[in-house]
Every structure is written in structure tokens, then in C-alpha cells.
Design a protein around this ligand. Sequence first.
Ligand code: AKG
Length: 260
Amino acid sequence: MMKLTEPQIQAFHKTGYHIFGGLLTEVEAERMVQIYMNCLTNHQANHTSQSVQILRQNEDESSLDGAYYQLRCAHLMHPDFDAIIRNERLLDAVESLIGPNLRIVICQGLYKPPYTGGEIDWHQDDYYFRVNKPNAVISCWLTFDDATVDNGCMWVIPGAHKRMVEHEIVSSGKGFHIPNTDESKAIPIELKRGHCMLHHGLMPHRTLTNTTASHRRALAIHYMDAAARPSASRLQEPPENMPLVRGKGIEWNVNEASSI
Ligand SMILES: O=C(O)CCC(=O)C(=O)O
């Protein structure tokens, strides 16, 4: 077991995030880039596929060049993505924070192409997931390219993970954001390729537009305590979208979703 140390756990509770460091080598990160791009091409070619989504678009909506892509449930698209969500070192760290029973809420492969307008504004993951237990969600953000302020790295607000705040629907209609966020204490988390960070489900976070000529590909893996239950809409997901990756989990039946 490679659990976090007690000081690391205390620091996480105080700040709401933890810089894990290297999970993949440079060579492994480059391999994941190739896998990512192949999955994107293959799933886009299949026009009936719901698995590739465009989350944000440049003002010129006819241009796909400005799009920000999501491989929804990336772990189902390639065994190497599936291996990452089950990485023992990563699970040990997550277990240190939310306990030994771990389920995936969603695993998203997120790509900001060069010069994309795809900003993801401030939000809390717990606002989407609505898990029925406090402190039950940890998100891992793993980058396959060097992530910088200029190409859309993660930003957090240390210590701002203590309560849920109101969100509004973003103007495109796809997703929510926190209006009028106080950004005075916000910090960017720049990461080398293959490195990752963890944050609390209530941590307000965002990523900005990629203004550079480089690509920014990352995997956002959202873990939850498998003894808890997510929102009704997530209960309707096919079980393979939300696999148990460690320990024991409560089971539910799709029909329960309508009664919640
Ligand atoms: O990768 C990104 O650009 C944003 C990821 C994110 O905010 C999330 O997964 O909640």
C-alpha cells in the first residue's frame, strides 16, 4: 500500500487538493496521447456514437477546430484507460481520503486542441454528482501533455471546498458554472505530462482556453465512496460506466432512479 502520509492527508483536508506527482512515465504519457487520438478519430467516425462529445465551441460554431472534446467513459474505449482508473498507487492515495470502497462516477478524456476556445468555468463536481454522503468524491486530473496556464491547466481555490455553492447553467446550455467567483485566491496547477493532482468534490475548479499551438489532453477520473449513492440521473447509467474499482459497493437497480 502506498497510502498518503498523515501530513499529506491533513494538508488535503485544509486545502482541498493534493499534487500526486508522476503516475505515468513520459513514454507512457506519449502512448496515451496516441491512444487518445485514435479513440477520438474512431468514435467520431461512428456518427451514432454518444461517446465523443463536444463540450464547448468557439464562436464560429461551424468550425470544429475550436471544439473541446470529451471521450465520455474513456475506460470503456481502451484497456489502457481502464488500467489507469485501477492503478494501485492512485487507488491507494484515493483510499487514504475517502476509504477502501471505490467506484468510478465518470471517467472523461478531455482534449483542448491548439487555440481552442474551450474554457471550462468554475464549478464543483459535487454539484453534478449529488452523492448522498459528504466528503465522498475525489477527482483525479491526469495530464498526458505538459499542462500550463497558457494551454488550459487546472485552477483551484485552496480552502474553498467547505460548502456547496449555487451554480448557473452556462450560456451554451452544456453544464453549470459558479457565477461571480472570487478568484483572488485562485492558483493554477501546472503539471508535467504523466503527472496528476487530486481534488475534493467540493473544490471549485476551472480550466482556461488553450491559447497555444500545443495540444492539451487529460483524463479526469472521478471516484466516489462506493458505499454511497450518486444522483438519480447517474443511477441510470449502465453499470459498466461506473465500475467498482476497489472494495465493496452497494448495488442499485435502474428503476430506483425514478423513485429518488
Ligand atoms: O480538463 C478540463 O479541461 C476540465 C476538467 C474538469 O473541470 C472536470 O473534470 O471537472
